[in-house]
Design a protein around this ligand. Structure first.
Ligand code: GLU
Length: 542
């Protein structure tokens, strides 16, 4: 068979040969030991925690070695493509402050681009043509129906399904037969002519999993689909070679197709990169069962979940680091003020099986992280969140920063010794300061109208903005006495029938009147923030 003729017949119009691309994308000019890694999402519209988990590992390995971290969009599957998905990926990673050195939308010219696989069709076809001309790949005209028939026969004969060995009938097509198909305009795919034997086993070193046994690939896998767009396998080999990836870090779901990739790198004559297969993220669900995080069942799998609620990106990353490297937590305890980039990230300290995701722990890390914020840091954290998710409130909060400072420092207790340490994300903070900006009577009074009225009237009459917390409370006791409530809890407990209620009930009535809620932070402090006029206005609106 004249393979060169076959290659020209299939691809008569390609502008370049493979040498052209090898020269166009030369070795990167990096320091010795510098690693090149990539994040290669498919634009399906769903960016998940596993993506961030992998990206953080990519980014750390690349940047701590003074290497390159780039973004490649794997958009070969038209069916799974979702409008706006690329923007969503980029937005998400920006939020989490994962920065790419090059790649899609970052340095669009790039040195190794284009970084969208659909735009690289000609490159893949050029390499496929070379393989065809060497007899290492061939066109296959089998229809879906032909393939199904083969599969049925294979099942009934109990042999491995797929396009291989004697089942790979298009391997033997003559030039004339191919010409006839082409004249007929029959659709075709390009397949690898596999040289492997699945009975041959060898040891392969994975950076995370260690030494693993792999069998040779013997399947004539599809390299280019009927529309000339590559499969994941082929695009992975070509791109990671031409973009000079030194370590392919990806999810362990790709481990089963590693034999295909090993054969592809071999037949293409490419140097094999290192491979690092990360474990899946697991959780213990409500029933106590350990299982994979699921898109359908677990909203916390979506990265947007954290962005929408306003988790601090750094806190999420700190948590993911504890999952990525078992010794990170210990290191962080010893270096609480250091940036996580100072930690030496190593593959050997990654878990080999199922990382257990624990939202509770992430929340605790967030709480601790936020509880150390200064007032300025807190405002800088809230600003972009409000801008994106509550733009209509932006001026309300940031138009009067003096008031906001009071709300945050006094209301959130940021300037107190015993500051609140239960804030996890921005949305929750905004909810808790809402009472300073909006008045809505949510809870009802539990005492009769005339008691409420009398207490509130007396409170308004005696209220002095300049009273300190103690004086304020002493006045409340007087009001309690005057209205048949026990001023001391102990008195009330000793004789509950003798009173309408206790001092706490008096406070509750004022609290509901001022904040609209039965529960709130310190009432005196709230009134200090609201000011006399607003406090009285609220009470009198009852
Ligand atoms: N596009 C593949 C995915 O989204 C990337 C796998 C890889 O990193 O090689 O799973």
């Amino acid at each position: 068979m004249d393979y060169k003729k076959l290659a020209d017949l299939l691809y008569p119009d390609l502008k370049h040969d493979t040498d052209y691309y090898e020269n166009l994308f030369p070795e990167r000019n990096l320091e010795k030991g510098a690693e090149v890694l990539r994040m290669a999402p498919s634009p399906t519209g769903f960016v998940h925690l596993g993506n961030l988990y992998g990206a953080l590992a990519d980014e750390r390995i690349a940047h701590q070695s003074k290497g390159v971290f780039y973004l490649r969009i794997e958009d070969t599957d038209e069916k799974r493509k979702v409008e706006g998905a690329v923007e969503a990926v980029i937005k998400c990673f920006d939020y989490f402050q994962i920065y790419f050195d090059e790649g899609a939308e970052h340095n669009p010219e790039g040195n190794y681009g284009p970084y969208y696989q659909r735009q690289r069709a000609e490159i893949y076809q050029t390499f496929a043509k070379k393989l065809i001309s060497e007899g290492k790949a061939y066109p296959c005209f089998c229809s879906e129906e032909d393939l199904n028939k083969k599969r049925e026969e294979q099942t009934s004969q109990n042999v491995t399904p797929g396009y291989w060995g004697k089942w790979a009938t298009c391997r033997n097509l003559t030039i004339e037969e191919v010409e006839k198909h082409l004249a007929n305009k029959d659709e075709f795919v390009i397949r690898l002519r596999s040289q492997g034997n699945s009975e041959n086993k060898s040891t392969f070193h994975d950076e995370i999993k260690g030494d693993i046994t792999v069998c040779e690939n013997d399947q004539d896998v599809v390299l280019l689909k009927a529309d000339g767009i590559p499969t994941y396998h082929f695009a992975h080999a070509i791109d990671d070679h031409l973009m000079h990836t030194t370590t392919v870090l990806r999810g362990e779901e790709w481990l089963s197709s590693l034999p295909i990739h090993l054969e592809l790198f071999k037949v293409l004559g490419f140097k094999l990169p290192k491979f690092a297969h990360t474990t899946v993220l697991m959780k213990i669900d409500e029933t106590g069962t350990k299982r994979k995080l699921s898109k359908r069942k677990d909203p916390e799998l979506a990265l947007d979940y954290y962005r929408q609620l306003g988790y601090h990106p750094y806190a999420v990353k700190l948590y993911l680091m504890t999952l990525l490297n078992w010794n990170f937590e210990q290191w962080f305890l010893g270096h609480p003020d250091s940036d996580l980039s100072e930690f030496k990230f190593e593959f050997k300290n990654m878990g080999q099986s199922g990382a257990l995701f624990d939202l509770e722990k992430l929340n605790n890390i967030s709480k601790t992280y936020l509880s150390k914020f200064s007032l300025e840091e807190m405002k800088n954290f809230l600003k972009p969140y409000v801008k994106e998710f509550y733009p209509e409130r932006y001026d309300m909060y940031f138009g009067d920063e003096e008031f906001l400072d009071k709300v945050l420092s006094l209301g959130m207790g940021m300037n107190l010794k015993k500051r609140r340490k239960d804030y996890i994300f921005a949305k929750q903070i905004l909810e808790s300061i809402d009472l300073y900006y909006n008045y809505e009577k949510v809870d009802e009074f539990t005492h009769d109208e005339s008691t409420v009225k009398s207490i509130l009237e007396e409170f308004v009459k005696t209220y002095d903005y300049n009273d300190d917390n103690n004086t304020w409370f002493e006045k409340l006791k007087v009001i309690a006495n005057n209205n048949g409530f026990a001023a001391e809890m102990s008195d009330y407990k000793a004789n509950p029938e003798g009173y309408k209620g206790a001092i706490s009930d008096v406070a509750e009535i004022i609290r509901i009147a001022v904040t609209g809620h039965k529960n709130s932070p310190d009432l005196w402090a709230i009134m200090q923030i609201l000011g006399k006029d607003e406090s009285i206005r609220r009470i009198q609106s009852i």
